[in-house]
Design a protein around this ligand. Structure first.
Ligand SMILES: Cc1ncc(COP(=O)(O)O)c(C=O)c1O
Length: 405
């Protein structure tokens, strides 16, 4: 069904497609719009200033290199780390691969004997899949269960730590249910044992305070398109002194850790986006938290609606609910022309969410769940309209329309 819908859209002229696009956009955890100020900051680096920053033999190349240096410094300052700690990647997926596979391979190369890896069962596929890959190549992986509220139990983590544990990877904020994990406490457990701690911060950076060194993280992944920056750029923060094996070999860029011509416009855009996101972070969190509460109250009036994940601590702009008495795909179909929401991660290819199932939901319950991701421009009027749209759809399905459960 979704495939048919996609090819139908793909065959339309962009203008026509834009007319029928959903009017209420509440899928900001899949991605965010690039802020116009960010687009403006990037503009000259696509056209007038197009030189390769590795071309050090001429002025345009040196200017491009200076723009990268400046952007790296601004990002480092925002994260309170040294500029050398910032490695640019194509996004959080690549940053996670570099962190996890790079660490494991470096351990093999130095003849170390740590082979045990730990992550949460609710991690994004961009963490789970590289770790499962490593588990097929000589490492042992523990995927830790979380509570029905989506939170890690620190005592359970501590019980899993072993002398040969190399790495713990715990996401800062969950992309589906928005819960925040206790990173500082996890870091304390890891530090005592010489275990490297990685965190996937793709959903957290720019939205909540997140300073890797202060938290005691060794590795932090992030992505610009989750914080009103461009798609196709992300970063990995690497604690000074920590060795990783490069995963992309070539021209030796990024201190030999990530080869490939640096995308100057995207790097400049990521720096601008991060600064903008931090500028209004607190005010945005307060405003969106209030709108999220308005949404939650409105949806509860339907009855048979349960929030997925702990009420706190969580991202202010996330709400994930399970709606009883409806069939998930029917609900999605009914909503898709008026409301852009999702039933799980944008990367989960239509499968009922592994995150929601880890919380104890059945497959049909997971499928009948909706993730709302509010954004910088979301208004109270849109929230009211979203409540009305979901209410109408659910009531109709519960009355026995096709897809009522
Ligand atoms: C928690 C998390 N990690 C990683 C990713 C992948 O990020 P990117 O699209 O930058 O590769 C996402 C995006 O959905 C995410 O939410």
């Amino acid at each position: 069904m979704a495939d048919g819908f996609c090819s139908e859209l793909a065959s339309m002229e962009p203008m026509v497609a834009s007319v029928i696009q959903p009017v209420i956009q509440l899928d900001h955890q899949a991605t965010t719009p690039c802020d116009p100020a960010v687009v403006e900051a990037m503009a000259p680096w696509w056209t007038a200033q197009w030189a390769n920053p590795a071309s050090r033999s001429h002025r345009p190349g040196l200017l491009a290199a200076a723009a990268v240096t400046r952007a790296r410094e601004r990002i480092a300052a925002a994260l309170a780390v040294e500029p050398e700690a910032v490695v640019f990647t194509s996004g959080a997926t690549e940053a996670n691969n570099l962190a996890l596979k790079g660490l494991a391979e470096a351990e093999l190369e130095r003849g170390g004997s740590r082979r045990h890896l730990i992550c949460l069962s609710t991690e994004h596929r961009a963490v789970l899949d590289p770790l499962r890959y490593l588990a097929r190549h000589g490492f042992e992986l523990t995927e830790l269960a979380v509570g029905s509220d989506g939170l890690l139990d620190l005592a359970q983590l501590e019980a899993c730590l072993r002398p040969d544990t190399l790495l713990v990877s715990v996401m800062a904020a969950n992309n589906e249910i928005g819960v925040l994990q206790p990173l500082a406490e996890i870091a304390a457990l890891c530090r005592q044992r010489g275990i490297t701690l990685h965190s996937d911060g793709a959903q957290a950076l720019g939205h909540i305070p997140l300073q890797p060194a202060a938290l005691g993280l060794d590795l932090l992944s992030a992505s610009a398109h989750k914080l009103y920056g461009p798609k196709g750029i992300g970063l990995l923060v690497v604690r000074p002194g920590l060795r990783l094996a490069p995963q992309l070999h070539g021209g030796g860029q990024e201190h030999g850790l990530r080869a490939g011509t640096l995308p100057v416009p995207l790097i400049v855009g990521m720096a601008a986006a991060l600064e903008l996101a931090l500028e209004d972070q607190q005010a945005r969190a307060q405003r969106l938290g209030a709108l999220r509460d308005q949404l939650w109250q409105g949806l509860q009036a339907l009855g048979g609606v349960q929030r997925n994940g702990a009420a706190a601590p969580r991202l202010p702009h996330n709400l994930n609910v399970c709606i009883s008495g409806v069939e998930g795909s029917a609900l999605q179909r009914r909503l898709r022309d008026t409301l852009a929401v999702s039933s799980g991660s944008a990367c989960s290819a239509g499968e009922p969410s592994h995150v929601l199932q880890a919380l104890g939901l059945s497959r049909p319950q997971a499928a009948a769940s909706l993730r709302f991701g509010l954004g910088r421009h979301t208004t109270s009027t849109e929230i009211a309209a979203a409540i009305a749209a979901v209410t109408a759809a659910v009531q109709e399905l519960r009355r026995g329309g096709p897809g009522g459960a």
